[in-house]
Design a binder for this molecule. Structure first.
Ligand code: PLP
Length: 406
């Protein structure tokens, strides 16, 4: 009797299409590797290890003479499906997935720098990224300089010195500052630096940093890529040289691996990402325009509004304003909390890029860890809120905001 279950047969795959696929088609098709059961949807390979047909095959596999899977800390079929699909959407050579956005961020720099190296970053950053660059890297003898993201002269000055890596977040979290990716990449390359872009806020749908000259793109896939509040994940995308010579030797041995289960959730999330992000961006534009008409709001920060200081640059490098709105309330923390507590649809939560609209008060939550003067430099005051717009109908979001403001 066969040891294989009923219905199993050797795989007989059809040839790949002979033309270049659209990114939306990649998001549904690329990376799909069916097993001998011929399942429609991507399979979940929830296994830590792999077997070899002989000791010789194991020998060859560890000598990297074959592409046999070795161990799920290095590689796993479901994780590989997610990586290949995201790389195709992004237009990158290769992708490496990690267990969280922060493990991707840390690995992106840690695999490059050594004692005595210098890193330059945009000052307005997600707080954990700020902690890595300003607290952990200096402990290992890596110096840093932070630059005001929208000041070209400051970038030119900072990047006149030898620099190993440049880390930029654009748009920034929470106040949506825009950094000119092309300009910074050109300056950085003149001094031999590798440019890493935290593209979390824009998502792969609204901004393509590699096409603007950056070397590496970093994601928290927890945000728009899953976008449904389920899993933590991160990803790094870049050239063969960066991925194979720098990143993989670091991540394989330090172990920030993504779980296969989370990769399986994400591979399905990618199928709907374009539709979700486009609808969320349309909703955010409608809500941002509404908020600008209200006297209770001192200022609205949204890259899709003409009032945004870098509106023209945002239009040039992004294909939409994004899904997150920075709000400065005309009132103190007490008034801000009273407003947030009155919301009936929008949830109070520190996540973003989710199908559910979420609001947070960064000074007391996501950016609490930063010193008051650092918060002030980033424009984070007691009156600032960050509103992440989801997939509810915009009319209900506006009704909810209206009743809470009134
Ligand atoms: C959330 C976030 C991160 C960190 O990602 P995790 O998945 O939470 O580890 C990094 N950068 C930005 C801009 C983020 O919003």
């Amino acid at each position: 009797m066969s040891t294989r279950p009923w219905g199993y047969r050797p795989i007989n795959e059809r040839p790949d299409p002979s033309w270049e696929l659209h990114p939306q088609t990649h998001s549904v098709r690329t990376g799909l590797a069916r097993s001998g059961f011929g399942e429609t949807s991507e399979a979940l390979y929830l296994n830590s290890g792999f077997t070899y047909s002989s000791a010789d095959e194991a020998f060859d596999s560890f000598a990297e003479e074959t592409d046999h899977f070795l161990y799920s800390r290095f590689h796993n079929p479901t994780i590989a499906m997610f990586e290949q699909r995201l790389a195709a959407i992004e237009g990158a050579d290769f992708c490496v997935a990690t267990g969280s956005g922060m493990s991707a961020m840390f690995a992106s720099l840690a695999c490059l720098v050594e004692q005595g190296d210098h890193v330059v970053a945009s000052a307005a950053m997600f707080s954990s990224c700020h902690v890595v660059i300003t607290e952990f890297l200096p402990k290992w003898g890596v110096t840093f300089e932070l630059v005001k993201g929208n000041d070209p002269a400051a970038w030119a000055k900072a990047l006149s010195k030898p620099t190993k890596a440049v880390f930029i977040e654009t748009p920034s979290n929470p106040l949506l500052e825009i950094v000119d990716i092309q300009m910074v990449s050109d300056l950085a390359h003149n001094v031999g630096a590798t440019v890493i872009v935290d593209n979390v806020m824009a998502s792969p749908i609204l901004q393509r940093p590699l096409q603007l000259g950056a070397d590496v793109v970093m994601y928290s896939a927890t945000k728009h890529i899953d976008g449904q509040g389920r899993v933590l994940a991160g990803a790094l995308l870049g050239s063969r040289e960066y991925i194979f010579e720098k990143l993989l030797p670091f991540v394989r041995h330090t172990g920030p691996a993504l779980s296969a289960f989370n990769a399986w959730v994400l591979v399905k999330s990618l199928e709907t990402m374009e539709m979700r992000v486009q609808r969320m961006t349309e909703n955010a534009q409608t809500v941002a325009e509404f908020l600008e008409t209200r006297k209770e709001i001192k200022s609205v920060r949204f890259p899709g509004l003409k009032s945004h200081p870098e509106y023209e640059l945002a239009k040039k490098q992004m294909s939409g304003g994004g899904t997150t709105i920075g709000i400065e309330f005309a009132g103190n923390q007490k008034a801000v909390f009273a407003f947030m507590n009155k919301l009936r649809v929008i949830d109070i939560s520190n996540n973003l890029g989710d199908s559910k609209s979420l609001i947070t008060h960064p000074a007391s939550t996501t950016h609490r860890r930063l010193a008051p003067e650092v918060q002030a430099e980033m424009g984070i005051t007691e009156s600032v809120m960050r509103l992440s717009i989801g997939l509810e109908h915009s009319s209900d979001l506006i009704k909810d905001l209206t009743q809470a403001l009134n």
